[in-house]
Design a protein around this ligand. Structure first.
Ligand SMILES: [Fe+2]
Ligand SMILES: [Fe+2]
Length: 141
């Protein structure tokens, strides 16, 4: 899902501020963790995760995709390159994380069953947490 120009400009603006960027990371993580618990409870009590719940989670995951697109649009990479203690490995590592996250987000949307859906969602949350902490460290140090 491609972001609109307005969305992209807003997201790029957020990347300029450590606090705003960090808050986005925390909000997305918190929301996905809550959805994961709810989806798991739904599976336990009703025997399946509803399409409605899955759609809400997938729209939440789209926020990670939009965030990634904004980060890779230039400002983010320029910010890293402008740093005195810039390491090219940092960009490679962060981009690799983005690729893995995108792979898992696509896998969630086509998950064959509820177990696979929850497993992939859990993996995304953990990787996003590790990625966000590393990104904040290298981007604003
Ligand atoms: Fe990122
Ligand atoms: Fe980020």
């Amino acid at each position: 899902m491609a972001p609109t120009d307005v969305e992209l400009v807003e997201l790029i603006q957020i990347l300029r501020s450590r606090d705003a960027h960090s808050e986005i990371h925390r909000a997305v993580t918190r929301s996905l963790e809550n959805h994961l618990v709810e989806a798991f409870k739904e599976l336990q009590t009703k025997g399946a995760i509803s399409k409605e719940t899955k759609d809400v989670i997938i729209s939440e995951l789209n926020k990670i995709t939009l965030h990634r697109i904004a980060e890779e649009s230039g400002v983010y990479l320029n910010k890293l390159r402008d740093k005195r203690d810039y390491y090219p490995e940092d960009i490679i590592r962060l981009r690799r994380d983005h690729e893995i996250l995108e792979h898992l987000i696509n896998a969630v949307t086509v998950a064959a069953n509820n177990t696979e859906f929850l497993a992939k969602l859990s993996a995304i949350i953990e990787i996003f947490k590790i990625h966000s902490a590393y990104e904040e460290k290298v981007l604003y140090r």
